[in-house]
Design a binder for this molecule. Structure first.
Ligand code: URA
Length: 434
């Protein structure tokens, strides 16, 4: 089938064969499909959707467009993927915890996307750390230490790299079919045994409503399982930041507190829930609940922290980071409190706006080439429902320039609503899918 006919068939809601989708994806990877055709394809899929079998065929073809990792280890190969939120530094805690529980964890992660922070940017806030590894090195680190958090190399799912760049500038990022194929092509190419998905829902998430979160979670879980990767999803609350900080170094500090003894709060809880699911998919426990207990144990015993320290050293980080992390993290020159202007309760938090405040501080990118300032961000963010008196700090701004702090303060003031009563609390885990 010619490329134009594949696009027209999808545009008209018709069927396309697996072979036609495979040929299209091959053209994405080798340049046989033009940017105009890739954009038209993405728009046709966004408007008309694919049948589940076609979504699966597209995902597998994108997986097969590049290198597929094979592992020389007896450990189950496990990973977690989050759809992105504010104050979400779970990966930094969960990846070493899973490795400490007996899994191999090639956590191929991303940089900041839109208003959300990226795991690689957070990890690189630690002096010396580089997350750009060629594939052979990535595999050696996982096989020796049990875990690596690193960027996808150019050899993994090159068709996705091409299609994603086109989607980004053509208003077609939002398609559930295309998000599914994009995320899973990279995860399946990493040769996973099992995968747990954290699908965020709420003001700080891309999915603001539950229906959209359910649709994405269902599509991801069905497609991954059909491709032979055991998978489930938790739909989780993002109506407030997960940890009370947002930024890069400030989130590393949150992760280090959990890894070095403060195993409490929403960040630690969700890490354990997601970890329990992943360990269960890998056959390392007989139920997700017993997996939760295993994760808790390696966090409390310091085993997860020890693995994290070894991984950091392999990535070029400081030798004694885990013991003395406070000494190493960059600090902003300006720390400004934002006081409550009236007494009451924290009634609503616009998480997306908090993400934009971090970008205004220089902690995220406006364009792809922007350099991140790892020291800036927000900390001590009060949770939903907290009672405040007038003048009490709602959060602290960490800035490198007064003008940036002013811009962030203006955003933050509009993002936190104080009302006469505490709002009803949404559970941390809203739904289990799969
Ligand atoms: N992350 C991805 O890797 N792809 C998408 O399409 C969306 C988020």
């Amino acid at each position: 089938m010619e490329t134009r006919n594949v696009i027209a068939a999808i545009r008209d809601g018709g069927a396309v064969s697996d072979a036609a989708l495979e040929a299209f994806v091959k053209g994405l990877a080798d340049g046989g499909v033009s940017d105009a055709q890739a954009g038209a394809f993405a728009m046709a899929v966004l408007l008309k959707s694919l049948a589940p079998e076609s979504r699966r065929a597209l995902t597998l073809a994108m997986r097969d467009s590049g290198q597929i990792l094979r592992w020389r280890t007896d450990r189950p190969v496990l990973d977690k993927h989050s759809t992105g939120g504010i104050g979400d530094c779970i990966s930094l805690v969960l990846a070493p915890a899973l490795a400490a529980c007996g899994a191999a964890v090639p956590m191929i992660s991303g940089r900041g996307l839109g208003h959300t922070g990226g795991t690689l940017d957070k990890l690189e806030a630690i002096p010396g750390v580089s997350t750009e590894l060629e594939t052979g090195r990535l595999q050696r680190v996982v096989e020796e230490i049990g875990v690596v958090i690193a960027a996808a190399s150019a050899e993994i799912a090159p068709a996705d790299r091409r299609l994603y760049a086109v989607r980004d500038v053509s208003g077609t990022v939002e398609s559930v079919d295309l998000i599914t194929a994009s995320i899973l092509s990279k995860k399946l190419a990493a040769g996973l045994t099992g995968l747990v998905l954290d699908v965020k829902q709420g003001s700080g998430a891309f999915m603001k409503d539950l229906g959209a979160a359910r649709a994405l979670a269902g599509s991801l879980v069905e497609t991954a399982n059909a491709a032979g990767c055991r998978c489930s999803a938790l739909i989780t609350d993002m109506s407030q930041p997960l940890a009370p900080s947002a930024g890069n170094a400030v989130e590393v500090a949150e992760a280090m507190r959990v890894l070095t003894g403060t195993v409490e709060g929403r960040l630690a809880k969700l890490t354990c829930y997601l970890g329990g699911e992943a360990l269960y998919h890998g056959g390392l426990c007989d139920s997700p609940e017993s997996g939760v207990r295993q994760v808790l144990k390696v966090l409390k015993s310091g085993q997860a922290a020890e693995v994290f320290g070894r991984m950091l050293r392999a990535l070029g980080g400081p030798v004694r980071f885990v013991d003395t992390w406070q000494r190493f993290l960059p600090e902003a020159t300006i720390i400004r409190e934002v006081p409550a202007q009236a007494p009451g309760f924290i009634a609503a938090i616009d998480g997306e706006a908090l993400g934009h405040a971090v970008i205004a501080l220089g902690g995220g990118r406006k364009v792809e080439t922007d350099r991140i300032d790892p020291a800036v961000g927000l900390s001590d963010i009060l949770p939903l429902g907290a009672e405040v008196v007038a003048g009490q700090p709602l959060l602290r701004i960490h800035a490198s320039r007064a003008a940036h702090a002013d811009a962030a303060e203006a955003i933050v003031r509009g993002a936190i609503e104080i009302g006469p009563a505490a709002p009803a609390q949404t559970p941390l885990v809203i739904e289990h899918v799969g």
